[in-house]
Design a protein around this ligand. Structure first.
Ligand SMILES: [Fe+2]
Length: 270
């Protein structure tokens, strides 16, 4: 499938660098990202491409790594005994999902076509204000298919390392699987522990926003400073999402220890 058949260019004219519509799109993405720390682009992928990506995920599901853990919102599985029991670093929360690494589904899967296409990379780079961006070159990390079956969920957490997170909803669950985030929970220079603790211990934090994620929607968000979670999935239909990692430098590969945890890979023998 050609990139033009994957990305909905009728709604998102990203190939024409001189187009006023493209300039307006980029301006909106930047503005929304700054103001609310997320932006959603409904119907970014065409239905036929989405169907194909869902079929690829289903066919590869037996190769997925089931992550099930208790962890704090900093993605650590052990707390800090020197801190109080109700400190955010000691509040452990449940997470469960199924992760398909880049090398465990076909190279012509539409999510890979989208990821490797220069007009998409360029649109993202201009929107997040970090040009240029490069593809990640790890065997596992560049594009993942993240699947949630009944009962799977992701408790409150910050994403680590990357300045932004990009996901594409391929198939929504029948119920549950709702995505919520709390914009500006912390800053690069301020962990804001009191506020983080209030969010973690509240059933429905007043500042949480529900981000509608219909199938086909691309979402870019500042997951490193905005706590976010996915509520438990209900029903038989899996929630399937593409997850993309771009880098600020060329030639980046992942940490074997991270790949062991996230994808269940054995670190290479030393
Ligand atoms: Fe996340």
């Amino acid at each position: 499938m050609k990139p033009e058949d994957v990305v909905n260019l009728d709604l998102y004219p990203i190939t024409d660098r001189a187009s006023p519509d493209r300039a307006a799109l980029i301006a909106r993405l930047k503005r929304d990202l700054d103001a609310q720390q997320y932006v959603s682009l409904p119907d970014f992928i065409r239905p036929r491409a989405r169907d194909r990506a869902v079929a690829d995920a289903m066919a590869a599901l037996h190769r997925a790594h089931h992550n099930s853990s208790n962890r704090n919102c900093y993605l650590q599985q052990t707390g800090d005994p020197a801190l109080p029991a109700d400190h955010p670093r000691n509040i452990m929360l449940e997470a469960s999902s199924r992760m398909l690494a880049y090398d465990s589904f076909p190279d012509d899967c539409p999510v890979k076509t989208l990821y490797h296409w220069a007009p998409v990379r360029q649109m993202v780079a201009e929107s997040v204000g970090s040009e240029p961006l490069y593809d990640n070159e790890d065997p596992c990390q560049p594009v993942n298919l993240l699947c949630y079956q009944r009962g799977d969920r992701s408790a409150w957490h910050f994403d680590s390392v990357n300045a932004f997170t990009m996901t594409l909803m391929l198939q929504a669950s029948e119920a549950g699987g709702d995505f919520e985030m709390v914009p500006h929970t912390r800053r690069d220079d301020d962990q804001n522990y009191d506020y983080v603790q209030r969010v973690l211990t509240s059933q429905r934090p007043a500042d949480a926003v529900a981000v509608a994620r219909s199938a086909g929607a691309l979402c870019i968000f500042r997951g490193c400073n905005a706590l976010h979670r996915v509520s438990p999935v209900e029903g038989d239909r899996m929630r399937i999402m593409g997850v993309f990692v771009y880098e600020r430098e060329p030639g980046i590969t992942g940490d074997p220890e991270v790949n062991a945890t996230v994808y269940g890979r054995n670190p290479a023998p030393t």
